[in-house]
Write a protein that binds this ligand. Structure first.
Ligand code: SAH
Ligand code: SF4
Length: 325
């Protein structure tokens, strides 16, 4: 429901009074890419005109939850990002603001509403969430927890906690906080390097929370939740794709009982980084398998959720500014 007048169980007077007293907040679709049988990207305009994106991934075996017969939505938690990972589009313009809980929840509801209007889909379309859109989720901890509480609740969106994966670039104190809150959300850590030397090159946050500290926090989460952790590893040519990373990565995965998810880098306009060729990707994958690591390499284009990370917003903002390529 997107306005008070849709609440037909209320009297007209009550609807009117409510609409005078309370704003009915929703987000507005600014742009959409993709079709129902591929990955669909939604760019949302917030009340203050800021833009954030969500990505809907159609039914397929989900990488971040159990087998899905419905859909996974990748949601944003902030406008921009303060952490400035060198390869990422989301941080290019810096950090603008945190999303409110309602703006996180609205990404789910507005996506479902859009589909219902377009193709008569069920009220409830989304049963998996990955908190991997724009922003660093654990830097907006309280608002995210409030939003997830509602998305998880039976009276809310009823999305199982184990079907919600939070991705972090490595905020060690907040990983510990997550370990001690009551829900069983899954954790994905954007590692992208198995040594401090490699991580320091591409992730400024690693100077603040080096690998030893990040690993200790992740271990605390693992023990508290007996939770399955995913280590995300974006393969970037000549940065982190050398085979000498595979042994420390395998050791880390073993210590954390984690699986590793290799993601070939998606090019970002204006940035110098590229993805390694497929031979290099395969060699990296095989070396990890040889070390006994549980590992996946994501290659299908249509399901490439990380392609979204800030890129759609960036492009649209450029277009709006009249400097589109
Ligand atoms: N801030 C959080 C969540 C958002 S980013 C985090 O960093 O985990 C979601 C994922 O997309 C992260 O693993 C991030 O490193 C990755 N990513 C960012 N830019 C990418 C790109 N151009 N190609 C592939 N993955 C990218
Ligand atoms: Fe921020 Fe994550 Fe992008 Fe790093 S990878 S800049 S933490 S959104």
């Amino acid at each position: 429901m997107a306005n008070w007048s849709a609440m037909t169980n209320l009297t007209e007077l009550l609807q009117h009074n409510l609409s005078e007293a309370f704003e009915f907040s929703t987000i507005e679709l600014a742009h959409k890419q993709g079709s129902a049988d591929t990955t669909e990207k939604f760019l949302w305009k917030l009340r203050d005109g800021q833009l954030v994106e969500s990505v809907l991934i159609p039914a397929s075996p989900s990488l971040y939850g159990d087998q899905s017969d419905r859909h996974t939505l990748c949601v944003s938690t902030q406008v921009g990002c303060a952490y400035g990972c060198k390869f990422c589009a989301s941080g290019l313009d810096g950090f603008k603001r945190d999303l409110e809980p309602s703006e996180i929840i609205d990404q789910v509801l507005a996506t479902e509403r859009w589909h219902k209007e377009q193709d008569g889909a069920n009220d409830r379309l989304i049963n998996n969430l990955v908190i991997m859109g724009m922003g660093e989720p654990l830097a907006n901890f309280d608002n995210l927890m409030t939003a997830l509480e509602i998305l998880n609740a039976g009276w809310g969106a009823n999305i199982g906690a184990r079907k919600i994966t939070i991705s972090t670039s490595g905020l060690a104190p907040e990983i510990r906080r997550l370990a001690h809150q009551p829900r069983q959300y899954r954790l994905a850590i954007s590692l992208h390097g198995a040594t401090d030397e490699v991580r320091n090159r591409i992730m400024p946050l690693n100077k603040k929370y080096p690998l030893a500290e990040l690993t200790a926090a992740a271990e605390e989460y693992q023990q508290a939740k007996n939770g399955k952790i995913t280590l995300e590893y974006v393969l970037i040519a000549h940065v982190n794709d050398a085979l000498d990373q595979t042994k420390p990565l395998a050791d880390l995965a073993k210590r954390l009982r984690a699986k590793v998810n290799l993601i070939p880098y998606n090019h970002v306009d204006g940035l110098e980084w590229t993805r390694p060729d497929e031979t290099t990707q395969d060699a990296f994958l095989l070396a990890l398998i040889a070390h006994g690591t549980k590992v996946t390499l994501r290659r299908e284009k249509g399901h490439d959720i990380d392609a979204a990370c800030g890129q759609l917003r960036l492009r649209t903002e450029k277009e709006l500014a009249g400097i589109a390529d």
